[in-house]
Write a protein that binds this ligand. Structure first.
Ligand SMILES: [Zn+2]
Length: 85
């Protein structure tokens, strides 16, 4: 019996380079320029949505930080007071 060895090595790498590097709008996923900053297309709706998202992310980050800080203080402070007292 002969084992069927099909070496299917498709040269995808050799065929690359046809698609120029590009990014996608993070809101509507339209292809945009790599240098586009922020990563949105020129649609006003997308720019506004992106700004909103960034503000939300900032708020969430601050809330997390505050919560974490509160958690650390409420956990560490009694221990510290115990150690001192
Ligand atoms: Zn867009």
């Amino acid at each position: 019996m002969v084992a069927k060895k099909s070496s299917k090595f498709v040269g995808n790498i050799a065929g690359g380079g046809k698609v120029s590097p590009h990014k996608h709008c993070r809101i509507c996923h339209e292809p945009i320029s790599v240098k586009a900053e922020p990563r949105v297309c020129k649609e006003q709706a997308c720019i506004e949505q992106n700004e909103k998202d960034e503000k939300n992310q900032k708020t969430v980050r601050i809330a997390m930080f505050v919560f974490f800080g509160f958690f650390v203080v409420s956990t560490a402070l009694p221990l510290l007071l115990q150690a001192v007292g």
